[in-house]
Each structure stands twice: as structure tokens, then as C-alpha cells.
Design a protein around this ligand. Structure first.
Ligand code: PEP
Ligand code: MG
Length: 563
């Protein structure tokens, strides 16, 4: 029995089960050349790999169209011709011939004008990976072989990883890399699964099949525990679940303080399933619909019609309001069907609104879909990563174009739809008084705001200690944003993870935050805290916390809060 202690919890909860350690293999081709007389045998190896990949894909194609398309690619005679000619006339070994052929094919598709065709480049690369695995004799790779409930252990998990695995089998996540605001942490919180990330030496310490107790709330992983420990945690797990249920029953009560201030406690969601879950818990609004999930879990840019269907249903399910954030891709989030150029600093690169303004057609189909959904409920639009008034004006000009088009086509939408921005860049913060005059609401994105204000990568475990939203610079930023919004009479919300942090609730309440939006699982606890607090007292503590010099002082002041 071994125990690993972890400082920060990505998603609370307790899970017990076997570890599934995600193996990732080196898929680079061998580079040697073959003898001319070995060419036929080398081609035969390729044919076997095609057979092997086809068998796998036939099975997978039963449940997904993506794999049906891959099956066609793998059997394409042009691919065979490309590989066999490199073997027979250039004497490349089969792996090298495959790698080069896939690169050539993908490059042709990547350079095409037509967006649909460009997306096929990504499919070809995926097929290349499958064939290479077969050539290298790799049996278990990535998430293949998960057919029972497991605790997933991996060095890192990207958004495309989480969208390609069957989450029904996942009891919890543990990763060596990543921070509490990284994608896997957000997914875990959305799904109310326990998770610990940034776990040092994890891959050395945990072996595939080890029995784990993942005590995410307590920041602990116990490897191969003894019977007594298993029993102790089984009892704790039951207690934890009972407490969670009790709290959930509070979910639908209003978040009104003892002295009568009511704030909104909303949910952050990534799909319709989450919206349904929020509605079932009596959560009245969605403060952040991360629309990028619709794009990531897809084989193509979702069409206006496809998006409309989702947004419309979400709007209908939301009793109060639904804030849809326009596509926030880039950074650590890529699309399986679109090639992003390599960037040295992706978090400072082509992401979010920058992409939407460059890919205007993609942006327009999203805006039209959101506008159309606004005829079915209270829908608001939120732009991510805004740094300038120019961006805001451009985005709004495109929005106006979409409105005009819909009016001409006689399609219903809310002409007074509210438009807000995520405040998550230092530029937006420093010009916040100007932005307040031109938008209907703010939502503070502390996940990014913290990383950009502090210049601390939100996913880098080496500096995870420095990533702290209680830093006076972040606290004072939040105060300034709320004050600037209120001075112009607009509502200020927060959809960064800080909004769901129980230790921050008094601070945010006291600073005057109007709307707290967080993962569904955190709402009950935050409501409970607010319902047992005094707004006047919280104000005193928050103002003190916003005037001190160190992170520790901020935390100390807040921990002294008593009603
Ligand atoms: C944020 O930055 O706080 C936020 C909510 O956006 P995301 O985590 O999706 O970048
Ligand atoms: Mg963000």
C-alpha cells in the first residue's frame, strides 16, 4: 500500500477501482531502406495492416460515422498505390512509406479551399495512426480496451482524448500534468467525477490494473490498499454520497443571504445533457454554455441547423437565461477535422474570438443559430478572449449582419438579445470602464484571467503553486471589473472556476458579484454558503481582502469570516 498526496483538488469526490493506465507509444516510422528483393514482403506487411485496421474499423463503424469514413479511406486503392510505389521504387521500409504517403495525402487536403475537404486531411492522419500501430504491433494504445469501470490514469488528457473515450466507464481521472482549470478538470467537474491532476511521478508509481482509492476531496491516492483501508473508504464514500444528496436538495432554493441579498447561482455546461441535469437540479440559468464542445465532439464544423437544434432545446430547458459563449477553440483545444498551425505559445495565439473573426462563415453560422434559438427563451451571447474595442465592434457588426439576414428571411429571433464579454485578458481588465459602456454584461473568466494577469500557465504543474486566484492582483482585478460594471448599471457574473470555490464565496459575494456560474456539482454547496451568510458582513471582509498585499493575507482574512 502506497499513498500519493496531491495539493490541489481538480474535482471533488471519492472513487475506488482499478487503474487503467493510458499507454502512448512512439508512432514515428523507422527510417531504414530495404533491399529490393524484400519489397514484396514489405508490401505484404502493409496489406496485413490494412486487413487488421479494416477489422477494427468495421466494428467501430457500427456506432460512429467517423469510423465508417475511416474504413473507406483505409481501403482506398490510391493509398495502397502510394505506399507500394514508395516501397517498390524507392525501397522505403513499410513504416516510412506509410508515413510519407499519409503526409502527402494530408497535405493535399489541407491546402484545399473547400472546408469539407480540408477536414478530410485530419481523417487521413487518423487512419495513418491506426495503420502505423498495426505495423508496429501495438495492441493497447490510448483508451482502447476500456470495457469496465476504471479510474483513468494518464500523463495528460487533451480535449480530443476526453471526447474520444466512453465516459460511462470512467470512475475518476488522475493525470501527471494539467492544472485545476485544464480541460480534464473541467470535464471531471461537469460530470461530477473525482479528479486529481498535476500528480508528480504518477506514471512511475501507478501500474495498469493496480487497485486505487482516489480520494480527490482529501487530495490523496492510495495504491493497492489493505482490506481495512478499503473498508474505511467504503464507509466514507457512502457518507460523502449522502451529504451530496442532502446538499443537492438545496439546489433549487434561492441564493439569498440572511440579510436579503439574492444572487444568481448558475451552471457551466458543455452540452445538452448538462443543461438537462442542471434543470433537474432546479438550477435556473446557464452562465456559460461552452459551445466549443459541440465543435470538438464532431466530424465537421457543426452547421447552423445542427447548432440551432441544440441551442433551441437548451433555451427551452432554461427557466431564466442561457448564456452561450461563442466558439472558444485554440489554446489547448483543437478540432479533429481542422488543422491548426503549430504555435509556440498557443494560449497567446490564435484562439477564441480571433478565430471567429478570421473564419467569418463559421462565426456567422454560429451567430445565426444562437439568434434563432433566442426566439425560444432568454438567450444571451458572450464573446471570449476579447482584448479590444475593435474586436467587439467587428463581432457586433457581424451579429448585426446576421440579424438583418434573418429579418429579411422572416425568421424569428430576439432583436434585443443581450451581448456580453468574458473578461479574461489584462487588456479587457485595463479598459474595463470603456467596455462597460458598450456591452450588456460581463462574465469574469478567472481561469484565463489568473493565468494572464499572473503570467502563470494554467496547466503547468511546475508552477501550479503560483497559479492562485487569491493573489491580490487577481482579487483587485475582480473588484475593479465588478465596480466598473456596476458604475454603468450592468450585471457582472463569473464563470471561471473561482466562482465555485467555497473559500472564495464570501469574497465574491462581498465584492458584489451578481451571478456565480460553476460546474453543476458545486452549485449546492455555494448556495448553501450564501444562504448562511450576511451580505453586509461579507462586504466588510471582501473590502479588507481587496486591500492587503499578499495572497496569504487574503486567505487569512476570508478564513476569519463569521456571520
Ligand atoms: C475562464 O477562462 O475562466 C473560462 C471560463 O473559460 P475557459 O476555462 O473555457 O477558458
Ligand atoms: Mg477562458
Amino acid at each position: 500500500m502506497k499513498t500519493i498526496l496531491v495539493e490541489k483538488t481538480a474535482s471533488k469526490g471519492l472513487a475506488m477501482g482499478k487503474a487503467f493506465v493510458v499507454q502512448r507509444h512512439n508512432l514515428k516510422a523507422d527510417t531504414y531502406r530495404i533491399k529490393p528483393e524484400d519489397a514484396d514482403a514489405e508490401v505484404a506487411k502493409y496489406q496485413n495492416a490494412v486487413l487488421d485496421a479494416s477489422t477494427q474499423l468495421e466494428e467501430l463503424a457500427k456506432t460512429s460515422d467517423i469510423f465508417a469514413a475511416h474504413l473507406e479511406i483505409v481501403k482506398d486503392p490510391a493509398l495502397y498505390d502510394g505506399v507500394s510505389s514508395k516501397i517498390k521504387s524507392e525501397y522505403q521500409n513499410v513504416q516510412l512509406a506509410l508515413e510519407n504517403t499519409i503526409e502527402e495525402f494530408a497535405a493535399i487536403f489541407d491546402s484545399m479551399e473547400d472546408e469539407y475537404m480540408r477536414e478530410r486531411g485530419a481523417d487521413i492522419k487518423d487512419v495513418g495512426v491506426r495503420l502505423m500501430r498495426s505495423l508496429k504491433g501495438i495492441i493497447q494504445d490510448g483508451f482502447e480496451g476500456i470495457n469496465d469501470k476504471v479510474i483513468l490514469v494518464a500523463e495528460d488528457l487533451t480535449p480530443s482524448d476526453t471526447s474520444s473515450m466512453n465516459l460511462d466507464y470512467i470512475l475518476g481521472f488522475v493525470t501527471e500534468l494539467g492544472g485545476v482549470t485544464s480541460h480534464v478538470s473541467i470535464i471531471a467537474r461537469n460530470m461530477e467525477l473525482p479528479a486529481l491532476v498535476g500528480v508528480k511521478e504518477l506514471m512511475e508509481k501507478v501500474k495498469h490494473g493496480d487497485y486505487l482509492i482516489l480520494d480527490a476531496s482529501g487530495g490523496k491516492i492510495i495504491i493497492n490498499p489493505d482490506e481495512e483501508t478499503i473498508h474505511k473508504y467504503a464507509v466514507l464514500k457512502e457518507e460523502y454520497q449522502m451529504r451530496k444528496k442532502e446538499l443537492e436538495e438545496l439546489s433549487s432554493l434561492p441564493a439569498t443571504t440572511l440579510d436579503g441579498r439574492t444572487v444568481k447561482v448558475y451552471a457551466n455546461v458543455g452540452n445538452l445533457e448538462d443543461v438537462r441535469k442542471a434543470a433537474e437540479r432546479g438550477i435556473e440559468g446557464i452562465g456559460l454554455f461552452r459551445s466549443e464542445f459541440l465543435y470538438m465532439e464532431n466530424t465537421h464544423f457543426p452547421t447552423e441547423e445542427e447548432q440551432f437544434e441544440v441551442y433551441k432545446q437548451a433555451a427551452t430547458l432554461c427557466p431564466k437565461e442561457l448564456i452561450i459563449r461563442t466558439l472558444d477553440i485554440g489554446g489547448d483545444k483543437s478540432l479533429p477535422y481542422y488543422t491548426f498551425e503549430h504555435e509556440e505559445n498557443p494560449f497567446l495565439g490564435w484562439r477564441a474570438i480571433r478565430i471567429s473573426l478570421d473564419l467569418e462563415d463559421v462565426f456567422k453560422s454560429q451567430l445565426r443559430a444562437i439568434l434563432r434559438a433566442s426566439a425560444f427563451g432568454t438567450v444571451k451571447i458572450m464573446y471570449p478572449m476579447i482584448i479590444s474595442m475593435e474586436e467587439l465592434s467587428k463581432a457586433n457588426a457581424i451579429l448585426t449582419e446576421c440579424k438583418n439576414e434573418l429579418s429579411k428571411e422572416g425568421i424569428a429571433y430576439d432583436p434585443n438579445i443581450k451581448v456580453g464579454i468574458m473578461v479574461e485578458t489584462p487588456a479587457a481588465l485595463l479598459c474595463i470602464e470603456n467596455f462597460a459602456k458598450h456591452v450588456d454584461f460581463f462574465s469574469i473568466g478567472t481561469n484565463d484571467l489568473t493565468q494572464y494577469v499572473l503570467a502563470v500557465d494554467r496547466g503547468n504543474k511546475k508552477i501550479a503553486k503560483l497559479y492562485d486566484a487569491f493573489h491580490p492582483a487577481v482579487v483587485q482585478s475582480i473588484k475593479r471589473i465588478i465596480d466598473a460594471g456596476h458604475a454603468q448599471g450592468i450585471e457582472v457574473g463569473m464563470c471561471g472556476e473561482f466562482a465555485g470555490d467555497e473559500n472564495a464565496a464570501i469574497l465574491l459575494l462581498g465584492l458584489g458579484l451578481d451571478e456565480f456560474s460553476m460546474s453543476i456539482g458545486a452549485t449546492a454547496n455555494i448556495k448553501n454558503i450564501i444562504r448562511n451568510s450576511s451580505y453586509q458582513k461579507a462586504k466588510e471582509y471582501a473590502n479588507k481582502a481587496a486591500s492587503v498585499y499578499t495572497t496569504q493575507e487574503v486567505k487569512d482574512i476570508l478564513s476569519q469570516y463569521r456571520v
